[in-house]
Design a protein around this ligand. Structure first.
Ligand SMILES: Cc1cc2nc3c(=O)[nH]c(=O)nc-3n(C[C@H](O)[C@H](O)[C@H](O)COP(=O)(O)OP(=O)(O)OC[C@H]3O[C@@H](n4cnc5c(N)ncnc54)[C@H](O)[C@@H]3O)c2cc1C
Length: 356
């Protein structure tokens, strides 16, 4: 195998988007992808919710730009693979179920948010008859992250510049002169110009990537109901519901359970209660499926995105916490900019890998 320009460690949404973006700039990329229970990308709810899962400063601007990157990005995926990834841009509703909730939502509203009273809300979504009103963020929405993952895998497999190896990376080390050596768990060594660390909540286990110690797993449990009472993504005070095809997803817990990606009866009961409080018709639809995933979280819930100050050929792209689906395509663009030395279009100061 000739040496690639870059090795991507991790084949989730972040790794695949980074690989696709680098290949689109003419770079030869090897992805090291080994699977583990609890991978976040297939487990996620797929919301594109920068107005709700809100950051401050340039991180918020980045999240908004990431959301707005989606239509063109999915058009490219479809053009390259024939896979059409469902995108819901009807906006996200945050419902108030009490007068206190009304006051809280109205006080925290962004200029882009519109308040809907209960009559307007019922017209839009009759199934939300419990709610006193809702804040509507018209440009947010959701993507089907499971189909997206399939589309990106197909794109990687059809791109002659991308090689996917089903192997685990053990370590990354600087090599004499520019570049890195990535060692695999099976003992192979790959020399490359750059390594991109996108191993989700397992990133800190890759030797030579000390700053990834800031990334840890946070378990989220979800259910899906065999019913479609809603068209919009809806947040309530204790959870959210997301329409996806012919099912509705309810989520989610946020737990410190280490790397244990199993569901618990207590967690699922909490998720169901939060979803059914938002959308009472779900109460009558027994969940068909329950699962859990491990979010790669950092102490400030923002990603590590940028080069290692001690090894500029190692790029961190991990720790996207609750917004990794949202940020994946734009993260890929940024990784490609960093690796090719192109000017950056975004202020990444809040994502500095060495900030902890
Ligand atoms: C329950 C839940 C709900 C979520 N909902 C949303 C949402 O609505 N919107 C949103 O934007 N985000 C959401 N997220 C967050 C989002 O899913 C993550 O931030 C994102 O998927 C992270 O992608 P990733 O590629 O970094 O990690 P992952 O998808 O976990 O992928 C990492 C990959 O790296 C592999 N790997 C690990 N170590 C190695 C190694 N040494 N060598 C090779 N490969 C390795 C793993 O096996 C895995 O395949 C949710 C997450 C969860 C769990």
């Amino acid at each position: 195998m000739t040496n690639p320009d870059a090795v991507v460690i991790g084949g989730g949404l972040i790794g695949l988007c980074a690989a696709a973006a680098m290949a689109s700039r003419g770079l030869r990329v090897t992805i090291l992808a080994s699977s583990r229970p609890g991978e976040a990308s297939p487990a996620a709810a797929g919301m594109l919710a920068p107005s709700v899962e809100r950051a401050t400063g340039p991180a918020h601007d980045f999240a908004v730009a990431a959301r707005d990157r989606y239509p063109a990005f999915l058009a490219t995926v479809e053009e390259r693979t024939g896979i059409r990834v469902p995108l819901n841009r009807l906006g996200i509703l945050q419902v108030a179920l009490s007068e206190r909730g009304v006051r809280g939502l109205q006080k925290g509203a962004l200029p882009t948010t519109k308040w809907l009273d209960s009559g307007e809300l019922q017209q839009l979504e009759p199934a939300l008859h419990n709610a006193l009103g809702a804040a509507w963020s018209p440009d947010d929405g959701a993507v089907d992250n499971v189909v997206l993952l399939r589309g990106l895998e197909a794109l990687a497999d059809s791109d002659p510049l991308i090689t996917r190896l089903y192997e685990s990376a053990a370590s990354v080390a600087p090599r004499p002169g520019p570049g890195v050596v990535v060692s695999t768990a099976a003992g192979a060594r790959i020399d490359a110009g750059h390594a991109v660390l996108a191993a989700g909540c397992w990133s800190s286990a890759v030797g030579g990537s000390g700053l990834a110690a800031a990334v840890s797993p946070a378990r989220g449990q979800l259910v899906s109901y065999p019913a479609q009472p809603l068209r919009h993504v809806v947040y309530g005070p204790r959870g959210y519901v997301v329409p996806r095809g012919d099912v509705t997803i309810g989520g989610s817990t946020m737990e410190n359970a280490g790397f244990d990606a199993s569901t618990t009866s207590e967690g699922i009961a909490r998720v169901r209660s939060a979803a059914e409080e938002i959308c009472p018709p779900l109460f009558d639809a027994a969940p068909v499926k329950a699962w859990a995933g491990l979010r790669p979280v950092t102490p400030d819930m923002l990603p590590l995105l940028g080069p290692d100050p001690a090894n500029a050929a190692l790029i961190y792209a991990c720790g996207h916490s609750r917004n990794g689906v949202l940020m994946a395509p734009l993260t890929g663009d940024v990784v490609a900019d960093l690796v090719t030395g192109s000017p950056l279009s975004y202020d990444l100061s809040q994502f500095r890998p060495a900030r902890f």
